[in-house]
Design a protein around this ligand. Structure first.
Ligand code: AMP
Length: 553
């Protein structure tokens, strides 16, 4: 199929806000893609392969500018200027290639398969990591070559694809529905979703859709290809937890670490994150532990990797450095040692997804040989609220997040929050904070102050410091009341922003406290909500209290 056909669909999709229309445009495209369906589906998501394959193009904006320079014959300065005025490198590529078109005879038309093949080659070079500079030059030439065969409109989307940033509002749900419309008259979206959750590969799903329902149903778990992790719903009370998962339930410590789905195939190990990235290289220690302590040639276990040093939990924020780090891995491994806490098993010589959790647990106990680096998640099986309570207390006392409650009878349901597994986190202590600034709202709420800046009190420096911004979570009546109270306190207005005398205090609930590089207190509340006005107090809580709560989470 010609790339211009795909580009026409990109344009049509970009023009509409309606999801239904986007779906129809893609369905039409997929019906007409013939042999190029798999490539077309991937490219419509702006990707050349699923993320877990680790095939990234690794082209920065700066490199793309060089590529446009080579392809268009324009100067770097000119490209940068157009980029600045257009605000988007894809649009800049279009403009630059349009200038060139006037000077050349049209060559052959670009094909979808040709683009996919070339971009995959570039990504494979990147993966193999041949000498960096040779690589970059070769890479630039290969992409420039494609770009110079592109018509201006094609150049625009090609450039964005190369940057891995298509930005036209096509998500996985839209692709699923479009495949459904194209091949099953919109009757099969659940089955397509199941197939996708199982394979995380729209190429495979599309191929099966084209072949028919039977093939789609056959798509199953495969080793070294991650499945979506089963997700947890949140419950407020232990009773609600039991209502959801049944009695007795398995109750685990909820660790504050990184979800890792670990695959063993013929004794070889791969580690995937919850977002399905392959992080095996970043965790050589975990790989080794699995090689030595998991007695199974072919299996998949679901685990939490927890940062632990001298018996103390390392917060996730620190642990996450290990996920991102591509160099100095050994050094970081010593700085941030980890423990593996397995809690589920999806495969042991055959799929265990349809087995009950009870059976999966039994299989898990058989394959994992515990030692100080790998230990099954702390767990009790109980029907009693008081047992869950004491386990939760134990979890919190040892620096963990809370508990998970799990149905013993349920199967493993990838990708969904079906309530087979629920999380119970303790309610955070509230904070009393001052409103130190706000913003005049727009639209329906204009005339009211919103986006309230919340401040705590820094005792040492005797000043207010920002810890959060309350944007939602206020009813109209509350917004009106807040505005009435704040209006007389305005010190200065700057556009829509107002600075306020910090005299109105609120009791604030929130999900958690995070470190913040933007707020001057160094902390940020996640999802702050108004509990009530604190007219009885004239100073907000101190920064020390915020710090203490942060540490205790
Ligand atoms: P949340 O991220 O708040 O939705 O909570 C769900 C996450 O808790 C899972 O994705 C796991 O990464 C993590 N987790 C920690 N301990 C456990 C456990 N024992 N069982 C299941 N998930 C756990």
């Amino acid at each position: 199929m010609e790339y211009s056909k795909l580009v026409e669909s990109y344009e049509a999709v970009e023009k509409t806000q309606s999801n239904l229309e986007k779906t129809s445009i893609l369905a039409e495209l997929y019906s007409n893609s013939g042999e190029d369906l798999e490539d077309t589906v991937m490219l419509s998501l702006g990707r050349i392969s699923p993320s877990w394959e680790g095939l990234d193009l690794g082209v920065s904006s700066k490199t793309l500018v060089d590529i446009i320079v080579i392809a268009s014959g324009r100067s770097e300065k000119e490209v940068e200027e157009v980029w600045k005025t257009e605000g988007d490198l894809g649009d800049a590529a279009e403009k630059m290639m349009a200038k060139k078109t006037q000077q050349r005879l049209m060559t052959q038309k670009l094909e979808v398969s040709q683009i996919m093949e070339r971009l995959r080659k570039v990504a494979e070079m990147e993966k193999d990591g041949i000498s960096q500079s040779v690589n970059t030059d070769k890479k630039k030439k290969m992409i420039a070559n494609l770009l110079s065969s592109a018509e201006p409109r094609e150049a625009r989307y090609l450039a964005r694809t190369v940057l891995e940033n298509l930005r036209i509002g096509i998500g996985e749900g839209t692709v699923r529905d479009a495949l459904d419309e194209a091949f099953f008259d919109g009757e099969n979206s659940e089955e397509i979703q199941r197939a996708y959750d199982m394979t995380n590969d729209f190429r495979k799903v599309a191929e099966a859709c084209r072949a028919g329902e039977e093939d789609l149903e056959k798509l199953d778990l495969e080793l070294f290809r991650p499945v979506k992790s089963m997700l947890a719903q949140k419950v407020e009370t232990i009773e609600d937890g039991f209502d959801s998962v049944g009695r007795p339930a398995a109750v685990d410590f909820k660790y504050d670490g990184m979800r890792a789905q670990i695959h063993v195939k013929d004794g070889k190990v791969k580690i995937f994150t919850r977002r399905l990235e392959n992080v095996t290289k970043q965790f050589p220690d975990v790989k080794k532990v699995i090689e030595n302590q998991v007695e199974c040639q072919n299996c998949i276990i679901d685990t939490e990797i927890v940062g632990m040093k001298n018996g103390e939990v390392i917060p996730f924020q620190k642990l996450s450095q290990r996920i991102k780090r591509k160099y100095d891995i050994e050094k970081l491994r010593n700085e941030i040692p980890v423990e593996v806490r397995p809690f589920d098993l999806l495969y042991r010589e055959e799929s265990f997804m349809n087995h009950s959790y009870e059976e999966r647990l039994e299989a898990l106990r058989k394959v994992v040989i515990e030692n100080s680096d790998i230990k099954l998640a702390d767990q009790s099986i109980t029907s009693e609220v008081k047992d869950v309570n004491s386990l939760q207390q134990k979890a919190l006392d040892s620096g963990h997040e809370g508990v998970m409650m799990k149905s013993l009878k349920a199967e493993y349901n990838p990708g969904s929050r079906v309530g087979y597994m629920v999380k119970l986190k303790p309610v955070m202590e509230t904070l009393d904070l001052a409103i130190i600034g706000a913003q005049w709202s727009e639209g329906r709420k204009s005339g009211w102050l919103g986006r309230l800046k919340l401040g705590c009190w820094n005792k040492e420096e005797e000043k207010y410091e920002m810890v959060g911004r309350m944007s939602s979570g206020l009813t109209d009546a509350q917004l009106e009341e807040v505005t009435e109270r704040l209006k007389p306190l305005i010190i200065e207005e700057n556009g829509r922003d107002v600075e306020l005398k910090p005299e109105v205090l609120l009791e604030v609930e929130y999900e958690e406290i995070q470190e913040s590089p933007t707020y001057n207190s160094g902390y940020a509340l996640r999802f702050p909500r108004l509990k009530e006005f604190r007219d009885d107090k004239d100073r907000p809580d101190s920064k020390e209290k915020v710090e203490r709560l942060y540490e205790s989470q």
